[in-house]
Design a protein around this ligand. Structure first.
Ligand code: HEC
Ligand code: HEC
Ligand code: HEC
Ligand code: HEC
Length: 346
């Protein structure tokens, strides 16, 4: 088959992919989020008093630092996520996407603020707070007055809506929800309009987060945090699983001529003709960076590694041969294997 014919089949076979105005296929909305419990978000004013999380300097007598608010406000890029939507870069992106105000556009607010439904906004909730405490820790309506009582373990408050940020899987789900292609509308339209690219090495990217908690011996005893290697493996398992699930579910979204381009390796298409690629098949290759990293890491047991490697090869083979049924089948099987593996991994 000529590569032109193969490409035509590929495009027809994969036709779909969501526009920038709709969430991309494989949207994380099925995953638990800090907003999912349905409780009200009260705004950071409820957290930032000087005797709570707004201490000027870390407290020596408390198990936690208590200066989390200032750490977040002064060092965490999430604190400025909403403000950035009024800047010139955001305006240029919005103009290209045909929306007038980024700061009022649900697509942008979904990742740049704590955009919970109106019914979940308490009296002092302000969207201007950007990605505030409750965007990650969950609406505090039912746990605010409880989590600091003597003899109460805040980690027992999850049924009151405290999101379990200390659990590796929940935390990874939280971070990926705004940082990966395929989530909440992060797609090729968005980056082509001038949005910064989303990282394809998320374990390394997340490790740079300037966070607001201290991981000392006491913290380790309370929370048993995962090691850096466990965190990297979980991040790649979930990222690859989300990717495969989005790919599998894109079969149903038949609109437009082109498949969602962020499923593929960016530099396959964005490479000058003066830089030939000797391995080229004439078709764009799938972006399997997270999966490749996992297979190379030694973190997986032999059986799982072999199965994932077979699935990846099946997917590439089906793409090359334009075999639509085999392609989506392989994507579904890969997604299921990765989901099972991430649920089992620490
Ligand atoms: C899927 C989540 C997501 C969506 C949707 C999203 N963003 Fe972003 N945005 C991010 C992330 C993550 C970053 C940080 C990227 C990086 O590492 O550079 C970012 C960064 C930016 C930046 C650069 C920030 C800076 O200070 O330099 C701008 C501007 C921006 N986004 C505007 C927008 C606009 C406008 C929209 C809506 C059209 C939008 N974003 C939609 C997640 C998102
Ligand atoms: C981008 C997500 C995010 C935002 C925003 C955020 N946190 Fe956190 N926070 C986390 C994660 C992840 C942890 C580490 C896991 C854990 O200990 O629960 C954490 C830990 C904590 C801890 C526990 C520290 C300890 O020693 O046990 C406190 C207290 C806290 N955050 C308060 C806040 C406050 C107050 C704000 C707002 C000013 C805030 N956080 C904003 C994600 C976030
Ligand atoms: C509600 C969406 C959302 C969630 C949840 C979220 N982020 Fe972000 N993150 C963003 C946006 C938007 C930005 C860009 C903010 C800006 O620069 O204006 C960002 C910026 C960052 C940056 C800074 C990158 C740089 O270039 O400086 C890191 C690192 C990061 N996030 C890590 C994390 C981690 C780790 C978690 C989970 C604990 C997380 N994020 C959860 C949306 C989110
Ligand atoms: C299958 C091919 C293909 C893949 C894969 C692909 N793109 Fe594109 N990209 C295009 C095409 C076609 C355009 C439109 C070019 C034009 O308008 O002239 C485009 C446009 C863009 C633009 C706007 C360029 C400009 O000059 O304004 C950016 C930025 C971009 N892509 C980034 C990416 C990133 C990041 C990835 C990987 C996540 C990616 N692309 C993957 C084909 C691709």
């Amino acid at each position: 088959m000529s590569s032109k014919a193969a490409l035509a089949i590929l495009l027809l076979a994969l036709a779909g992919g969501a526009g920038a105005s709709a969430p991309a296929a494989g949207d994380a909305s099925a995953a638990p989020t800090p907003a999912a419990a349905g409780f009200k978000h009260l705004g950071y004013a409820s957290c930032a008093q000087s005797t709570c999380h707004g201490a000027a300097t870390p407290w020596m007598i408390s198990p936690i630092r208590q200066n989390e608010y200032f750490q977040w406000r002064d060092h965490d890029p999430h604190a400025h996520a909403y403000a950035g939507l009024s800047g010139p870069r955001a305006q240029a992106i919005a103009a290209k996407l045909g929306v007038s105000e980024a700061a009022k556009t649900p697509l942008c607010l979904g990742c740049h603020s704590d955009n919970v439904p109106e019914a979940q906004r308490g009296e002092n909730f302000r969207i201007e707070e950007g990605i505030g405490c409750e965007a990650c820790h969950g609406g505090s309506e039912k746990w605010l007055g409880q989590h600091n009582l003597p003899d109460v373990d805040p980690m027992s408050m999850t049924d009151r809506g405290l999101y379990p940020t200390w659990q590796l899987q929940a935390r990874t789900t939280l971070c990926l929800g705004c940082h990966q292609y395929g989530q909440r509308g992060a797609d090729h339209h968005l980056v082509a309009a001038g949005h910064p690219e989303f990282s394809d090495d998320l374990p390394a990217y997340f490790a740079k987060w300037p966070h607001h908690f201290g991981v000392d011996a006491q913290y380790v005893a309370r929370k048993h945090p995962a090691t850096a290697a466990q965190t990297a493996t979980q991040t790649d398992l979930q990222a690859a699983g989300n990717w495969a699930a989005a790919l599998a579910s894109s079969e149903a979204a038949h609109q437009g001529l082109m498949p969602e381009l962020s499923f593929f390796q960016c530099d396959n298409c964005h490479r000058g003709l003066s830089q030939p690629d000797r391995g080229s098949t004439g078709l764009p290759r799938l972006d399997q960076a997270a999966l490749r990293r996992l297979l190379a890491s030694g973190a997986l047991d032999g059986q799982l590694r072999a199965r994932l490697s077979d699935r990846a090869a099946a997917l590439d083979g089906a793409l090359l041969h334009g075999d639509r049924a085999a392609f989506y089948n392989a994507a579904r099987e890969l997604a299921a294997d990765l989901q099972a593996a991430q649920a089992a991994a620490r």
